[in-house]
Design a protein around this ligand. Structure first.
Ligand SMILES: [Zn+2]
Length: 180
C-alpha cells in the first residue's frame, strides 16, 4: 500500500499533469512552505476528512473545503457542484488520511452507542438504530483504495474537472500524492 504514496519533497516530485495548477500550489503551500500569495477567489475544491488531526497550511481565499468522515463526498454532491458551477473551480484535491476512523467503523459500534447515550443523552435503542442505519454508508475499506475509487467516481461525474487523489499522513502531517 505504501508504495502508492509519493512524498512531495521538492517541486519536481509533483506529477507533470498537476504542474502549474492549483493542485501543485496546494502541495507547495503545505509541504514545501511556498510563501502565501494573495488569492481573490477560490481556485480549488478540497475534499477531506473531518478528523481533527488534519490541518492544512494554505492561504486565505485559496480553496473551498468540504469536510466529511473519510473524505467521502458521496453525500455532498450538491456542494461539489456548487463549488464548480458558481465558485468556478476546475480542480479538486481529494485527501484521505492515515488512521481514519471511518475504516473498520463497524468495530466501533459499542463505543458509538455508549458515547451517544452518555454525551448526547440518547436512548440506547435509538443510538443502536442510528448506527445500524448510517454506519454502512460511511464505512470505508482502507483509506487509499477509497480515495482512488472516489477519484474515479468523481471524474466520471465531473469529466472536465482535474481531480487529484492524495493522502495526509497524520504521523508526519505531510501530503502525499497517490500513484494510480
Ligand atoms: Zn478520517
Amino acid at each position: 500500500m505504501a508504495e502508492k504514496l509519493i512524498n512531495i519533497r521538492k517541486v519536481s516530485d509533483i506529477f507533470p499533469e498537476y504542474m502549474d495548477t492549483p493542485i501543485s500550489r496546494l502541495l507547495e503551500y503545505h509541504n514545501l512552505e511556498r510563501p502565501f500569495e494573495s488569492h481573490t477567489q477560490a481556485e480549488l475544491l478540497i475534499g477531506m476528512c473531518m478528523d481533527n488531526r488534519n490541518h492544512l497550511r494554505i492561504p486565505g481565499h485559496f480553496a473551498f473545503i468540504i469536510r466529511a468522515g473519510g473524505a467521502n463526498l458521496r453525500y455532498s454532491e450538491f456542494k461539489v457542484s456548487f463549488a464548480i458551477s458558481v465558485g468556478g473551480v476546475k480542480h479538486i484535491a481529494l485527501i484521505g488520511h492515515s488512521n481514519c476512523g471511518m475504516v473498520n467503523l463497524s468495530s466501533r459500534r459499542d463505543q458509538f452507542v455508549d458515547g451517544l447515550v452518555k454525551n448526547a443523552g440518547w436512548e440506547v435503542e435509538k443510538a443502536e438504530e442510528h448506527f445500524l442505519n448510517y454506519a454502512p454508508l460511511f464505512e470505508i475499506g482502507n483509506e487509499i483504495d477509497f480515495i482512488l475509487s472516489e477519484t474515479l467516481r468523481m471524474r466520471d461525474r465531473y469529466p472536465a474537472v482535474l481531480i487529484a487523489p492524495m493522502l495526509y499522513r497524520v504521523e508526519d502531517h505531510r501530503l502525499y500524492l497517490i500513484r494510480e
